[in-house]
Design a protein around this ligand. Structure first.
Ligand code: PMP
Length: 363
């Protein structure tokens, strides 16, 4: 079997070293002689690990003491509901900055629980982030929701918006732990684990303490941040294995330069691909404005106008070389290279070499 280069958008490539650790620990968690898969969530060993995962998140992102770190079931989509269920009671209305399909989905879910104000004019062409001077923010909003990296469109915030005291809530599912973040600028940060921090089944939530104790009465206990904070994220049987994987991935991040180390790598990897696009004399193109180009998900087209047959050829040739999961999301088409923390520079260089070779065949 040839070496596989996995550029999938999620569930995404995991660090090799973490697999090695997990292989060794699979049937013997913490020296107990049994697997974590058959360990009670009330054991000392699990509870200690649960605390260590919270601590490593705190260390990596410098999370201030007045924030709780929670492990919630239900993935990113679960939090699309949990955010309004926990915060909409403040004023009954919330601001949503829609910059791609994921923030659009979050806004749609929130409408079930209150009034949603769309901060930007509606569009289905997401190619950038309008300047904040063009935003229609409601000073009475319960919170302002953004998605810091739109996985499908490759649109990433390169700034933290000023919401004039209204709590800022951010979906960081596809760029958490890829760069330093000033957590104190956010009311809530959440991130499904299956891209940069592990596997599906758990969503990391970082919430400022003054935003607790406001859940709507209909909020299910499982989605209630306050109930989960009180139970230290062991309200019921948690997705223990996913939390364990998150812990091992985050410890790997820590051993590899922390978020600053990841940020340097991300900048290098992204510039290799965007550079190849720039140098291609229009053979490849990226629809996204330069200041909003994602360092995690790089979408590009081939030909102008886009030539879908050529794109199919590109994907076929890539697969033959072991470069897989490069097909753009079905909503946008084209190609998308996802280059999360676990994807190495060498792997990106291999992709870039293939892009150049492919171009040479056709021009
Ligand atoms: N937000 C973003 C930015 C995502 O990329 C995704 C999944 N790709 C989600 C939310 C939804 O996550 P989940 O599938 O865990 O519900």
């Amino acid at each position: 079997m040839p070496k596989i280069y996995n550029f999938g958008a999620g569930p995404a490539k995991m660090p090799e070293e973490v697999y090695e650790i997990m292989r060794n620990e699979l049937t013997n968690f913490d020296g107990s002689g049994i697997s974590l898969l058959e360990t009670s969530h009330r054991t000392k060993a699990y509870m200690q690990f649960n605390t260590e995962v919270q601590n490593v998140v705190r260390r990596l992102l410098d999370v201030p003491a007045n924030y709780k770190i929670l492990f919630m079931a239900g993935g990113g989509t679960g939090e699309f509901a949990a955010v309004p269920l926990n915060l909409m009671s403040r004023t009954g209305t919330a601001d949503y900055v829609v910059t791609g399909d994921w923030s659009a989905k979050a806004a749609k879910e929130a409408k079930k629980y209150g009034k949603v104000n769309l901060v930007l004019p509606p569009t289905d062409r997401y190619v950038g982030i309008p300047d904040q001077s063009e935003w229609n923010l409601d000073p009475n909003a319960s919170y302002v929701h953004i998605c810091t990296n739109e996985t499908i469109h490759g649109v990433e915030f390169d700034f933290i918006p000023d919401t004039k005291g209204v709590p800022l809530v951010a979906d960081m599912s596809s760029n958490i732990m890829s760069k330093k973040v000033d957590v104190s600028k956010f009311g809530v940060i959440y991130a499904g684990a299956q891209k940069n921090i592990g596997t599906a089944g758990v969503c990391l939530v970082i919430v400022r303490e003054d935003l607790l104790n406001q859940a709507l009465p209909i909020c299910p206990s499982l989605f209630d941040w306050t109930a989960n904070a009180k139970a230290d994220s062991i309200l019921n049987t948690p997705p223990m294995f996913a939390i364990y994987v998150m812990g091992r991935v985050l410890q790997w991040v820590e051993r590899n330069g922390g978020v600053e180390g990841m940020a340097q790598l991300a900048a290098k990897k992204a510039s290799l691909i965007y550079g190849a696009v720039e140098e291609s004399n229009g053979f490849y193109s990226v629809p996204v404005a330069k200041n909003a180009r994602s360092k995690m998900n790089v979408p590009f087209r081939i030909g102008s106008p886009a030539n879908e047959d050529l794109e199919k050829e590109f994907l076929k040739g890539a697969e033959a070389l072991g470069l897989i999961q490069l097909k753009g999301h079905r909503n946008v088409g084209g190609i998308r290279a996802s280059i999360y923390n676990a994807v190495s520079i060498e792997e990106v260089e291999t992709l870039v070499k293939y892009m150049k070779d492919f171009q040479n065949l056709y021009v």
